[in-house]
Design a protein around this ligand. Structure first.
Ligand code: SAH
Length: 280
């Protein structure tokens, strides 16, 4: 890779680097991730990794798609992990490139534990998780001093593909001012019903962000109660994030991408309306 003003760790043959590629925009890959991409002999990548990154790999590198796409046969998680072991044992520098951050709803922990079991050396390179960086591309900060001091990240998909068992909906509904659901679109209706039944106000601000940070990013601002119908009417398809909470209103001021690409005007005091409503 072109020289940087600091040293990069060696990517040793026979090792695996588990790298988070970020939410989509290839520019969000870290320098360590780029170093790995330019050095790897074999790249095993997921559906959510942008093809522009794969195209930037070292010429001659082996590229293997290990993504899971709804409706199509996909490699089992265990097979992917074992494939990493096999490639490493063959002496390759193996780059396992995953969407977002490998340790955030990404099964990076499972893959790394298989490597541990097999005695294969590995490094974890964190990535920008879509629930933080993807929402930033939508102009939604996950925390903001005036509206929230806590955020909860939740998966809308359990091991079986249904809503995960064992979520404490009462605690979720009341525990944090901002909730960010990953893998949320399939079960959006059930998520919304459970949150409202558990006491979350139906009129809470909410947004659905699809293909965040990619050229076809879509952001739908709505309310908790209206979200499922609005998502359906807009024909939104995964991957999507569902975010609930007043922080969504900040988008009126912070949609920097809309301001840049569509000349959208920004409101320097986006919480004014919410404040006015609260004090009326
Ligand atoms: N490890 C990833 C999450 C993998 S789970 C991360 O840290 O971001 C897959 C889910 O991530 C998707 O169903 C979706 O909810 C979310 N996701 C990933 N990339 C996204 C993107 N560009 N736009 C919106 N949601 C995204």
């Amino acid at each position: 890779m072109e020289s940087l003003p600091f040293e990069m760790p060696e990517f040793a043959p026979g090792s695996v680097w588990l790298v988070g590629a970020g939410p989509g925009d290839p520019g969000l890959l870290s320098l360590l991730g780029y170093h790995a991409l330019r050095s790897a002999d074999a790249i095993v990548y997921d559906a959510l990794v942008d093809t522009r990154l794969i195209d930037a790999a070292r010429p001659g590198a082996l590229r293997e798609y290990a993504g899971k796409r709804g409706g199509k046969p996909s490699p089992k998680q265990r097979d992917i992990s074992l494939r990493l072991v096999e490639l490493a044992r063959a002496g390759h520098r193996v780059l396992r490139l995953k969407g977002g951050d490998p340790f955030v709803f990404g099964r990076g922990g499972e893959e790394a534990l298989t490597l541990v079991g097999a005695g294969v050396p590995f490094r974890i390179v964190p990535g920008i998780s879509s629930g933080v960086g993807g929402l930033a591309y939508a102009g939604i900060p996950v925390t903001h001093r005036d509206v929230n001091h806590a955020v909860t990240f939740v998966t809308g998909h359990g091991v079986t593909g249904d809503l995960p068992d064992g979520l404490d909906w009462r605690a979720l509904a009341h525990g944090a001012p901002v909730l960010v659901f990953y893998m949320a679109l399939k079960h959006l209706d059930a998520i919304v019903r459970r949150l409202i039944a558990a006491g979350r106000p139906p009129g809470d601000a909410a947004a659905i962000v699809v293909r965040a940070s990619l050229p076809d990013q879509r952001v739908l601002e709505t309310t908790l109660a209206q979200a499922p119908r609005a998502a359906e009417a807009a024909g939104l398809q995964p991957p999507g994030l569902f975010v609930v909470g007043e922080a969504v209103r900040l988008r009126a001021g912070l949609d920097w991408l809309g301001a840049m690409s569509h000349n959208r005007s920004l409101d320097a005091d986006p919480l004014r309306l919410a404040r006015d409503a609260a004090s009326a």
